[in-house]
Design a protein around this ligand. Structure first.
Ligand code: UDP
Length: 235
């Protein structure tokens, strides 16, 4: 039986299932950067990101974070709860890089005195602009108490992932989260992978994430594979 495609994004496809409250997420090899201006493929990315996201969702669930994750179906597909996505990208930062480094003129690699939470409005035609609590209220994208919950949950997720990754010799520089509503509950959605996080080797600061694609650094697939290996390595 072919399942109905509900939505196709830059890196994933979402399919309907027999259960209206669940959807199937299929991870593609397609890669984009700079709001879609740069396009390419990263061999095996779909299956690596599916496995890496599965690992992180399970870790977060074990640590009391509510996520949309139900189970992994096959190498590239994950069954998740169907959410009404909140149109915000929640970015958490521990080390200066990317747009923060550019905006504040900070050198890449500067360790932040305290983690930074940022909200971006999910709108490709606008290039996902940085917004604050007041914009979010005026946009009716989320209520003030929801914004508070998103920031607190984001910081908690950051603490869990950062500590865990250090045990795997990886620095968590920054990452992006998306949340959605499931009835009255807010759950973590989307994915957590080298597409949505900046990961640096803890000893050498070597980039192990999508910046290798964005900046044409080569060894892109190898970097994703290295993150997978470090996460799944037996201690
Ligand atoms: N990010 C993402 N999707 C986006 C924008 C950013 O997953 O549409 C992630 C990105 O991989 C990085 C973090 O969010 O880990 C912060 O990104 P930044 O604002 O520095 O933007 P970029 O430099 O990627 O344009």
């Amino acid at each position: 039986m072919t399942q109905k495609l509900l939505y196709e994004g830059k890196a994933k496809k979402i399919f309907e299932t027999e259960n209206p409250s669940e959807v199937l997420v299929y991870f593609k090899d397609d890669a984009t950067a700079f709001n879609g201006a740069k396009k390419g493929q990263i061999h095996s990315k779909g299956l690596l990101n599916c496995a890496i996201s599965t690992h992180f969702f399970q870790l977060l669930e074990e640590n009391g974070i509510k996520t949309h994750f139900i189970k992994t179906i096959d190498e590239r597909s994950m069954l998740v709860k169907r959410l009404t996505i909140i149109p915000l990208e929640v970015v958490l930062r521990n080390i200066s890089a990317g747009s923060l480094a550019k905006r504040l003129g900070w050198p890449e690699g500067k360790v932040l005195e305290s983690p930074v939470v940022e909200f971006y409005y999910k709108d490709d035609s606008l290039g996902d602009p940085l917004i604050n609590d007041y914009h979010i209220a005026a946009l009716r994208a989320a209520t003030p108490s929801e914004v508070d919950e998103l920031a607190k949950t984001g910081l908690k997720i950051n603490a869990i992932l950062k500590d865990y990754l250090l045990t795997r010799k990886v620095k968590l520089v920054d990452f992006k989260l998306e949340f959605g509503r499931d009835g009255t509950e807010i759950l973590l959605g989307d994915e957590i992978s080298p597409d949505t996080c900046r990961f640096w080797d803890a000893d050498t600061d070597q980039k192990l994430d999508k910046d290798r694609f964005r900046q044409d650094l080569g060894q892109v697939e190898e970097a994703y594979q290295e993150i997978y290996n470090r996460l799944t390595r037996k201690n």
